[in-house]
Write a protein that binds this ligand. Structure first.
Ligand code: SF4
Length: 342
């Protein structure tokens, strides 16, 4: 068989689809704009709920990618055209031909600076969950001027479920990330009080709820139900968090030394550019729309163009990997059918 699939995006969705297609005997060209594969997962330290190292998951896919994959790193797409087959032209003038295209460009993290009231990029003591994870990964402790923070706040739903920023959807995995990071912070700083400010906890997957109970019972994490309205700096550089406790109906002020913002997932502008080249529709949340969310979740209205992973909306790692495998089967069946028709 000589058909080739062009996969745009070398995160978990793209890697999972590439390994599955290779196992099905389909040639793959994998395009990744960064200088290494792995998407967001390569910046993460440990994964919930088991807290295994993210590198273990990436190592599995790197190992199974095989030698038959034509990999292009630092691949920036200039144009995509179709004349029978698809032609993807890169910025470096390289042209790649394929019989199907898979868009697996994933998401980017919400820019916390847009929630100015939380003080990100204004106060050094306000960081994102991704930055905290980077510290965990490098073994750096989140100290403040060498001091252990006495209190740490974790704010849920930053950039998600928020009409003000235009994102009404839930990013699905930030609740469990917040619980995981609260536990990890408590392990690093056993004397530090930790407060998670949440609207409601969405611990949807296997063993997530157990993690939440563990966080409360074994680690003594405080969960405060309420939306944070504002943060301000005290003279001693601590941060006052104003929040309305929606369980008691009372406004609260809690002072913390470090504030972690659980930033949600947003669509990549680059995906929109690629989608426009191919004439793909997007939803009102600006993520790409499959043909049918239940029965054709990996297909698009454009024949030969497929979607996989968080390019369609927020999702977890296990779901993304499964979706990569699912789309591989869809693509294989499309190519088989096309061959019999040609
Ligand atoms: S997963 Fe939790 S923190 Fe993330 S958007 Fe949904 S409710 Fe908010």
């Amino acid at each position: 068989m000589s058909e080739k699939v062009i996969i745009i995006g070398g995160g978990l969705a793209g890697m999972s689809a590439a390994t599955a297609l290779a196992q099905l005997g389909v040639s793959v060209t994998l395009l990744e704009k960064e200088n290494q594969l792995g998407g967001h997962v390569k910046n993460w330290d440990r994964l919930f709920p088991t807290r295994r190292k993210s590198d273990e998951v990436l190592a599995y896919f790197s190992e199974h990618l095989g030698k038959n994959i034509d990999l292009h790193l630092r691949a920036n797409i200039r144009s995509i055209s179709r004349n029978g087959r698809f032609t993807v032209t890169l910025e470096n003038e390289v042209e790649i031909k394929g019989d199907a295209v898979l868009i697996a460009t994933g998401y980017e993290l919400f820019d916390a600076f847009r929630k100015e009231e939380y003080g990100y990029d204004i106060y050094d003591q306000v960081i994102t969950s991704a930055e905290l994870e980077g510290m965990f990964r490098s073994g750096e402790k989140p100290l403040l001027d060498g001091q252990v923070p006495r209190r740490i706040g974790i704010v849920h739903c930053v950039g998600s479920r928020d009409e003000k920023v235009g994102n009404l959807y839930c990013s699905k995995v930030c609740c469990v990330t917040g619980v995981k990071q609260a536990i990890e912070l408590r392990e690093i700083f056993p004397e530090t009080e930790i407060f998670n400010f949440y609207m409601d906890l969405r611990m949807f997957d296997r063993h997530f709820e157990e993690m939440y109970f563990e966080a409360q019972k074994e680690y003594g994490i405080n969960f405060i139900r309420g939306r944070v309205s504002e943060c301000a700096e005290n003279q001693d550089n601590s941060i006052v968090v104003k929040v309305e406790d929606t369980l008691t109906g009372r406004p609260l002020k809690i002072t913390v030394d470090l504030l972690v913002l659980l930033v949600g997932m947003v669509p990549r502008p680059e995906t929109r550019r690629i989608a426009d080249m191919l004439g793909l529709p997007m939803g009102d949340d600006k993520f790409l729309l499959p043909t049918d969310e239940h029965t054709k979740a990996n297909q698009t209205p454009v024949e030969g163009v497929f979607l996989s992973g968080t390019v369609k909306g927020p999702g977890c790692i296990a779901g993304t990997v499964a979706d990569g495998r699912a789309v591989a089967v869809e693509i294989k069946s499309f190519l088989d059918k096309k061959r019999t028709q040609d």
